[in-house]
Design a binder for this molecule. Structure first.
Ligand code: HQG
Length: 174
């Protein structure tokens, strides 16, 4: 399952061209096209396996709709997910690691290779995100104040909060 999910992330978020896929402007590709491209590039999966991975995915990273599939967030290729602007809760969280803290204190949170800074709705999720890279450091983001100051927040289909930049003044450090 994890192997298939990682394969999907690579080709639906970052490098569709590698297997000859083109995502539409919303990031969608036809399921049958994806299955064919994967098979032709030595990664044969069935429609049933794909549905299972999408349904069982711990973070609901992928959405299937009307015979099409896309990643819910995390792209590095240009896509417009058409997400609604939503008022965020007062606090959101960002999980990172100590070695990035000097830069983050200086310039705030930046999207790096993704389209947006990814924020979590709770501390536990942020801890998991940070732990991918080492001992997690969880930063609290004053999202309510940012919103009041005119920053735009989007929420992905799977509940990840997205924002262009978090200036250092809105961060609270542990
Ligand atoms: C850090 C996973 C230096 C930032 C997760 C992070 C998430 C800075 C790294 C989603 C910085 C970027 C996203 C600055 C931020 N200077 N470093 N100014 N600003 N950083 O992977 O948030 O499994 O692009 O703290 O669960 O770690 O892919 O972002 O450590 O939801 O679905 O630069 O990826 O989801 O790393 O993770 P990433 P992220 P998936």
């Amino acid at each position: 399952m994890t192997r298939i999910s990682k394969y999907l992330a690579r080709h639906l978020r970052h490098d569709p061209q590698r297997i000859g896929l083109t995502l539409d402007p919303g990031g969608w590709v036809r399921v049958e096209e994806l299955l064919r491209a994967a098979g032709e590039h030595g990664f044969a999966i069935t429609a049933e396996e794909l549905r299972e991975v999408v349904a069982a995915n711990d973070k609901r990273r992928y959405t299937i709709d009307d015979g099409r599939i896309r990643a819910s967030q995390g792209h590095s290729v240009p896509v417009d997910l058409g997400l609604a602007v939503v008022e965020p809760p007062e606090m959101l969280y960002h999980g990172t690691v100590g070695r990035f803290m000097a830069a983050i204190r200086q310039e705030g949170l930046r999207p790096m290779s993704r389209h947006h800074v990814h924020l979590s709705p709770d501390r536990q999720t942020a801890t998991r995100v940070g732990a991918r890279r080492g001992v997690p450091v969880v930063l609290v983001v004053a999202a309510g104040v940012m919103h009041a100051d005119g920053h735009t927040f989007l929420r992905s289909d799977n509940g990840v909060w997205l924002v262009d930049h978090v200036p250092p003044g809105y961060l609270r450090y542990p």
